[in-house]
Design a protein around this ligand. Sequence first.
Ligand SMILES: [Zn+2]
Length: 422
Amino acid sequence: MLRINEDRLLTDLRELAAIGATTDGGVDRQALTESDIAARAWYRRKIAEADLEYAQDGAGNQSAILLSAPPSEKRILAGSHLDSVPNGGRYDGSLGVLVAFEALRALKDAGLRPPVTLEAVNFTDEESAIMGLMGSKAVVGQLTRTDFERSRVDVEELIRRFSAAGISPESMLAATRDDVLAWVELHIEQGTRLEDAGLDIGVVKAIVGIRSIHVTFRGEAAHAGTKPMELRRDALWGAAAFALRAREHVMRKYSPGVCNVGKISANPGAFNIVPAEVYCALEFRHDSEAEMDQMQADLIGLLEGCADEFGLSVTYEATPPVIPATMSESVMGAIERAADKLGLSHERMLSFAGHDTQNIADVAPAAMYFVPSVAGISHNPKELTSDADCVKGANLMLHTLLELCDISKSLPHIAPRRHRRS
Ligand SMILES: [Zn+2]
């Protein structure tokens, strides 16, 4: 059976990890900063050495391309991202790009011309140094000018970074593609379910949606000594009660959904003043949009109940949601057949983190799979996936691409989603 070149893959991983390397073994390659630009130059060089075609689109997404003969109109894409979080690990994203690239090289080495053109893609700014999932958002036509205004870096810095990669806001807005036949991504799990269950592969069945709500409880400031406790309208009591009740309710009723109160700040904020106003950042995630609607209604009910109980008022404001993305049955099937062929154990699971795959799923059959993360550590220099698991993941990519080529004529057409993420 056809296999990837293990030594070449692992050498690539080591070479790439040296770009933007931190002293503690991690990498810092925030999107389109000097180290990310260096990683991109490295990838381009490797593609040239492999004698594959190279392309960069208007969003700065880079592709290694193995053309079919004759070149097909539509293409099967695989990949991930080479950028990292500040002081991140060497596997998140990188491994996904490298296994796709290695799969193309292995096919080329074997003298195989695929029936459909294949691309190994590095998506720009997955990790939110600028806005997050930026390159894939551009590809599926969901990027808007407003997104640039919401960028995490100021305009001058944005333009500086874009020009370092040879792109501009205009080229990004024009980077929409309509030639994607299917998409597959390998990613590290960033959790412990595979390790705990002793499984090789997690086939992602859905990427959860995310809703974030700004909540403010309002009571009344008072002297923290003289005001009798039974007469206080302490906004923090409402917030504290809510955080615990939301935990209990979501665990009981919405598992595997999750919620988080990630920030609480009290005003005026002093030892000797009863808090008049408390801000909470509430977030919750689930793979079902209908369940999320119900979850939101329940959580708002809890907010109002807690406010009432402590004599407070409460207001809330939702930010634009991330819609859950269901993975394609055709692509999941291809991953599973390839895993069976390779003797890899697998199970379907949810992704609780966001990935470029959720954007591509809007326009093409898409799916992703996980390889184990040692101790689940991620977004951390200690992030680790064993060499053996990297190799398994790469062979699975190679055979998944072959499976997708086999079913390329019967892959479904995806109608773009009604809800637009903004
Ligand atoms: Zn990632």
